[in-house]
Design a protein around this ligand. Structure first.
Ligand SMILES: Nc1ncnc2c1ncn2[C@@H]1O[C@H](COP(=O)(O)OP(=O)(O)OP(=O)(O)O)[C@@H](O)[C@H]1O
Length: 424
């Protein structure tokens, strides 16, 4: 059974809350959706069944499920890929105004939703002849769903139209007046108001989604060809990778709600911090770094400039485990070995003959060397640093919320590393 730690809450839905989590064995970060009330558990079971049968780049990846016992209650958990980008509402709150969520962002989100809907249509075709029980959130439901006549891919296209309006305005397409709203959506001839701030092409796209008659709505294939989406560039699609290990995170993401995770046992992030500190401490010896004690460390790159092609490929594969694949170190300089395995924060480690310390800087790099210290100039993309002395150099690289810790063994008595370039 996977043993994991619950981190902070990242969202709540109508039948469960979603938290960050990490796997204690592998350090992998994931999202966990949890329900404990009977009716919520039933809905989550259904979601687990559906999600586990789907595999598409546009649908969040299913990673597993389990039951945990927390605060004397049983919790049903769905483990899934963590999506770090946040919602459009998060984007809007970071800029404080929905009006600042630009149309390109809406187009790229819409492209992903339509692609996911298209995949869903191929995999989960509606079964004809079955009685229609409305599913979904009422204000986003299509007229035919409210009338209980039909629910199919066309109904999703209507809901997409409502969602786009919400992305642009920050408000649902229909005001919520309970049963009155439902009768307006289902039984009038009204259509939601189109946002004035949307371009003409965007408004045309919405009109293709918001036809009261389902057969007149465009299909997902047609929508993907519409000028609103046809020019979405792959660069707009948020190519950000899901974080793969705890090294990608700040402490605070796991500080708030460290909880019972394995049946009957509890875990604390503190013990992991202490263990990281001890591990770094073991490396610090009078002769520089003692690599014999590298138990629990993951090598991500070997001696620079000497790799055969095959070796490079092998290292690239290893490095991806620790999210190091995007860090490139200049071949100039004298890095003997570069390893990583720690958790970003402030560290001070006393070894037999030296001590090292390092701090963190949210948007750059702070480091110190062994004897003689070190200095560095930092920026969000490029790093230059020089080190004097022989010893251990610890680097914590912070780019937005990600932390990339690295430990270098510096072999020459004086060296200068230049052009350490981070490619994100
Ligand atoms: N895999 C994930 N990665 C990151 N955040 C997530 C993930 N899944 C959900 N969330 C966050 O948690 C919130 C609640 O998600 P959840 O799936 O429970 O509900 P929902 O689908 O948004 O709403 P409802 O269940 O009411 O239809 C989301 O709005 C999102 O902010």
């Amino acid at each position: 059974m996977v043993s994991w730690v619950r981190g902070k809450c990242v969202g709540k839905g109508s039948f469960g809350s979603v938290n960050l989590a990490f796997n204690k064995q592998t350090g992998a970060v994931f999202a966990v959706k949890t329900a404990s009330e009977a009716n919520q558990v039933q809905a989550l079971d259904n979601e687990i069944k559906i999600l586990s049968s789907l595999s598409s780049p546009y649908i969040v990846k299913f990673l597993g499920d389990d039951v945990s016992f927390e605060s004397s209650r049983a919790c049903r958990n769905l483990h899934m890929e963590y999506l770090p980008g946040g919602t459009v509402a998060d984007l809007a709150s970071s800029t404080r105004r929905f009006a600042d969520v630009n149309e390109e962002t809406v187009r790229s989100f819409t492209y992903c939703i339509v692609s996911a809907l298209k995949f869903r249509v191929q995999r989960l075709a509606p079964q004809s002849g079955e009685p229609v029980l409305p599913r979904g959130s009422p204000l986003w439901m299509a007229p035919e769903v409210i009338k209980r006549e039909y629910q199919g891919p066309e109904s999703d296209v209507w809901s997409l139209g409502c969602t786009i309006i919400e992305m642009i305005t920050g408000k649902p397409a229909w005001e919520d007046h309970g049963a009155d709203s439902l009768s307006r959506i289902g039984f009038s001839n009204e259509l939601p108001e189109l946002p004035r701030q949307l371009s003409v092409v965007g408004q045309d796209f919405l009109k293709k989604c918001l036809k009261r008659e389902p057969s007149q709505r465009w299909s997902c294939d047609q929508l993907l060809e519409h000028p609103f989406l046809a020019s979405v560039s792959p660069d707009l699609l948020g190519n950000e990778l899901s974080p793969r290990c705890v090294l990608d995170w700040l402490y605070s993401d796991f500080e708030e709600d460290i909880d019972v995770t394995e049946r009957g046992t509890s875990s604390s992030f503190e013990s992991i911090e202490v263990s990281a500190r001890n591990r770094i401490g073991k490396l610090v010896g009078s002769e520089g770094v003692n690599w014999e004690t590298r138990d629990g460390w993951v090598e991500v790159r070997r001696r620079c400039g000497h790799s055969e092609r095959g070796e490079e490929e092998e290292l690239a594969a290893t490095s991806s485990v620790c999210s190091y694949d995007s860090v490139w170190i200049s071949e100039e300089g004298c890095i003997e070995r570069e390893v990583c395995n720690s958790i970003g924060s402030e560290l001070h480690v006393d070894g037999p003959n030296r001590s090292i310390s390092c701090g963190i800087c949210r948007y750059g790099v702070v480091c110190t060397g062994g004897e003689g210290g070190g200095c560095c100039h930092y920026g969000s993309q490029k790093v230059e640093l020089s080190v004097e002395g022989r010893g251990l150099l610890v680097l914590f690289i912070h780019v937005n919320v990600r932390v990339y810790p690295a430990v270098f063994s510096v072999q020459l008595s004086s060296c200068s590393l230049q052009g350490v370039e981070l490619l994100f």
